[in-house]
Ligand binder design. Structure first.
Ligand code: NAP
Length: 259
């Protein structure tokens, strides 16, 4: 997706993936300094630890307490969180009105932090329920949400189906679905006309998305967030508007958007 964007704008840049072991993060960042890299993304499991090795944090990274994008500004490594923008943009595009909404968030990992940070900037949310396999992580994230001004409740993951029928927006930020596992929320628990947003982007259509369609809910796909967080990162690195259609085509291939 990024290489397609560089090529479209005739930029002499390349995007390469490197696997970095947990105990080699600091050395890896220092190596990137020596080669004067223009910028990079950071993913699981380094989004939090990487902050220690950066020189500056943008407000987005401070809000989510996690970094997914680093920009090299004349030798200063500055960390950003473009997942926040990536998550909320598809909802803004659909003109979602958050006034009086009840939101169910499945998961409390790195992506969930960006979701909570993004939601905290919206007005009028009535309640955010965070459900996670490890209830301690749910509580920690609930505390973060409360500190950011949201009214939060937490539950174990198996408590989620009870809350689902009253939710106006259900967000899956767990890894459930990546291996085609069945969703813990079935179609009868999804309110007609509500919004179901699955952050999982591979496969594009998860069991939760299938259930949401059956329940006549509005569906938001994980790939929409993936494109937006990447487009924002591209714009930080290059200072140019990202060619989103080219990035989308590169990501979705010849089959295009799912129906
Ligand atoms: P993470 O920090 O490792 O968090 C993983 C989350 O999934 C935790 O809440 C974890 O619960 C839960 N989980 C994992 N396996 C589970 C299982 N078998 N049953 C129940 N819960 C399980 O990862 P992350 O960065 O938040 O990513 C989570 C998902 O979001 C992934 O699918 C990732 O691809 C997706 N994502 C998408 C985008 C996008 O642009 N669309 C961006 C970022 C992430 P515990 O706390 O109990 O372990």
């Amino acid at each position: 997706m990024q290489n397609a964007a560089f090529s479209e704008l005739h930029l002499n840049s390349t995007y390469i993936a490197f696997k970095v072991a947990k105990d080699e993060l600091e050395q890896s960042i220092e190596s990137l300094r020596s080669i004067k890299i223009a910028g990079f993304n950071v993913t699981i499991p380094h989004k939090v630890q990487v902050m220690k090795y950066l020189d500056e944090l943008d407000q987005s990274a401070q809000r989510a307490a996690a970094v997914n994008t680093v920009n090299n500004i004349e030798g200063i490594f500055k960390g950003y969180n473009t997942d926040i923008h990536g998550f909320i943009e598809p909802l803004h595009r659909r003109n979602v009105d958050f006034q009086g909404t009840r939101i169910l968030l499945l998961g409390a990992g790195g992506a969930a932090r960006a979701v909570v940070a993004a939601l905290s900037e919206e007005h009028g949310i009535e309640k955010l329920i965070i459900a996670n396999r490890d209830p301690k992580s749910a509580e920690k994230l609930g505390k973060m949400g409360s500190d950011l001004g949201l009214y939060c409740e937490t539950t174990a993951l198996d408590g989620a189906p009870k809350f689902a029928p009253e939710a106006d927006l259900i967000v899956n930020s767990t890894a459930i679905g990546m291996k085609n596992e069945p969703s813990i929320i079935n179609a009868s628990q999804i309110k007609k006309g509500s919004i179901v947003y699955d952050l999982v982007y591979r496969p594009i259509t998860t069991d939760l998305i299938e259930n949401a369609k059956y329940a006549q809910a509005i569906v938001v796909y994980g790939y929409e967030m993936l494109i937006e967080q990447g487009a924002r990162a591209f714009e930080l690195w290059t200072g140019l508007p990202a060619p989103r259609e080219v990035m989308k085509k590169s990501l979705l291939g010849i089959f295009g958007e799912p129906s």
